[in-house]
Ligand binder design. Structure first.
Ligand SMILES: [Zn+2]
Length: 186
């Protein structure tokens, strides 16, 4: 099933999401719905609040992006041993961030037609449960770590635009207001 994606202005995107247990109703169906919704939207990550569920669940795919990139781009965006991943993260907590940071363009399926440069740590260590609720503890780098940070922040009620400079926020204010108004008209 493909679900409509919640758009900026919807209060669910600002909720701090709750932990879930394996007994969460139809959890495997929810995960499958998220993958179908993500593929349909042609995105690289999706968090549960984006399909109106305030729970600590997100999915991401950096493998497709890796596949499209040139060798030169891969070198810039990916760590050497990383060819991209496709993974489900449940009850995730980022336990460490690298001091090294990098800047790259970012967008969000919930904030249409906006693309901004965001500075983030190059690596993160994250503790989570996978789609089978198996405990995982891994370190990811580069573009893979960037999507993970973006989606993880969705489960904390945060959006990438929160990370922009006050000047940049001022410059995109009208665009954001238009997104909110467009959403209300629906
Ligand atoms: Zn997003």
């Amino acid at each position: 099933m493909i679900k409509p994606i919640t758009i900026y202005g919807n209060p669910v995107l600002r909720k701090k999401c709750e932990d879930i247990e394996q007994s969460y109703p139809n959890i495997q169906e929810v995960i499958e719905t998220m993958w179908q919704t993500l593929r349909h939207a042609d995105g690289c990550g999706l968090a549960a609040p984006q399909i109106n569920l305030p729970i600590k669940l997100f999915i991401m795919n950096s493998r497709d992006t890796y596949a499209y990139m040139s060798a030169k781009e891969r070198k810039h965006f990916f760590a050497e041993e990383d060819c991209g991943i496709e993974e489900t993260f449940i009850n995730a907590e980022i336990t460490a961030y690298s001091e090294e940071v990098w800047t790259a363009g970012e967008g969000c399926l919930s904030i249409p037609d906006l693309y901004e440069e965001v500075t983030r740590p190059w690596s993160v260590t994250i503790k989570y449960q996978d789609s089978e609720f198996k405990e995982q503890n891994r370190t990811y780098h580069g573009y893979t770590a960037r999507i993970i940070q973006h989606e993880f922040e969705h489960t904390q009620g945060k959006l990438y635009i929160d990370r922009l400079s006050p000047l940049r926020k001022q410059l995109i204010k009208n665009k954001l207001m238009r997104i909110i108004k467009g959403n209300r008209r629906k």
